[in-house]
Design a protein around this ligand. Structure first.
Ligand code: AVJ
Length: 323
């Protein structure tokens, strides 16, 4: 989720994406824009807040089911290649990796990220805590990383995509993302994907509207980022953080809402944006799932759901899908 190529490349893609999204009829911003240095810091804080249950749930799932997870993914071959998309800080993955190494499983770990910085931090962490781990980071985009791996391998591939990151896609985009992975898999390959499940709507909404206001800061930081990087003049006082959850669709959406009619200049990209009073910028989707939705998604992609691993309260699921 982190972008960290050259400075120039960043501001170029930020400029392009922002200009495109803010000049549409419905204004929006891409969710990858959250993760600058301050956004990364705030997201760490989000993961530690009492309302944000997702991270702890997945942590518990891995603790509780690491043995069964290993049994499933090593059931029908001599070894496997574990590919992780968007590896992050590795805190949760480390539980699995430690266990796999301890059990003498034959595998290698290939974290994939477009940020070289994220990968080198992760490699350092893993080499320190699991010296026997065979780790080979891949500094590429997800799908080209799969192509590279397909050029030369005999063992099955297990693609790990955790954290509920799939929820950041609109449902059709999530489907096409899974389809694209599945198309590059061979029979016997697997995906382990983390899904945040439908639950008490109040609880979901609180996870995106915490009492301390950290999520508010996380969302507002988008505007700060535009002020800094695109020389914009958003007045943060005039925008309001508003999250919603719709139990009919299972979709959480976060908005920044303009509290009055106003004009914002983004000088670096020569753009003026007009806001009507109470007009919104759609900044994030966090989709919640149920088993039917996951089943359909897998089926559509030509995959079979092998196993749902849940935390005790069934808030979150790590799902093993097999080609
Ligand atoms: C990292 C995409 C799983 O949607 O729950 C947390 C990001 N946004 N609070 C999520 C996020 C606001 C998070 N994911």
């Amino acid at each position: 989720m982190t972008t960290n190529t050259t400075e120039k490349k960043i501001s170029f893609s930020v400029a392009e994406a922002v200009k495109e999204r803010l000049t549409q009829k419905e204004k929006s911003l891409p969710s990858w824009l959250f993760y600058d240095a301050e956004g990364d810091r705030l997201f760490q804080e989000i993961m530690n807040m009492p309302e944000y249950y997702l991270t702890n749930c997945e942590y518990d799932i891995f603790q509780k089911h690491k043995d069964d997870i290993l049994s499933i993914i090593s059931a029908d071959a001599a070894g496997f290649n574990l590919i992780e998309f968007g590896a992050g800080d590795g805190m949760k993955t480390e539980i699995l990796l430690k266990h796999f190494v301890k059990q003498n499983a034959t595998f290698n770990y290939k974290p994939v990220d477009i940020s070289e910085n994220v990968l080198s931090l992760l490699q350092e962490r893993m080499q320190k805590s699991i010296p026997d781990l065979d780790i080979k980071p891949i500094n590429k985009e997800y799908f080209s990383a799969l192509d590279t791996l397909n050029e030369d391998r005999k063992n099955p591939m297990v693609v790990l995509f955790m954290g509920g990151n799939i929820g950041n896609f609109e449902i059709e985009d999530a489907q096409s993302f899974v389809n694209q992975i599945a198309n590059k898999l061979r029979p016997g390959d697997r995906i382990i994907m983390g899904f945040d499940m439908k639950k008490d709507p109040e609880m979901i909404r609180s996870a995106y509207n915490d009492a301390q206001g950290i999520t508010r800061q996380f969302n507002m930081n988008l505007l700060t980022r535009l002020n800094n990087e695109l020389d914009a003049d958003f007045d943060l006082e005039q925008f309001k953080h508003y999250p919603s959850y719709d139990p009919q669709t299972g979709t959480t959406k976060s908005f920044l809402i303009s509290q009055k009619k106003q004009t914002v200049e983004l000088k670096a990209i020569d753009t003026t944006i007009h806001f009507k009073a109470w007009e919104h910028i759609h900044v994030e989707v966090s989709q919640k799932f149920d088993e039917d939705m996951i089943e359909n998604m897998a089926k559509e992609a030509g995959l079979t759901v092998e196993k749902y691993f849940y935390d005790e309260k069934k808030y979150f699921a790590d799902v093993v899908m097999r080609k």
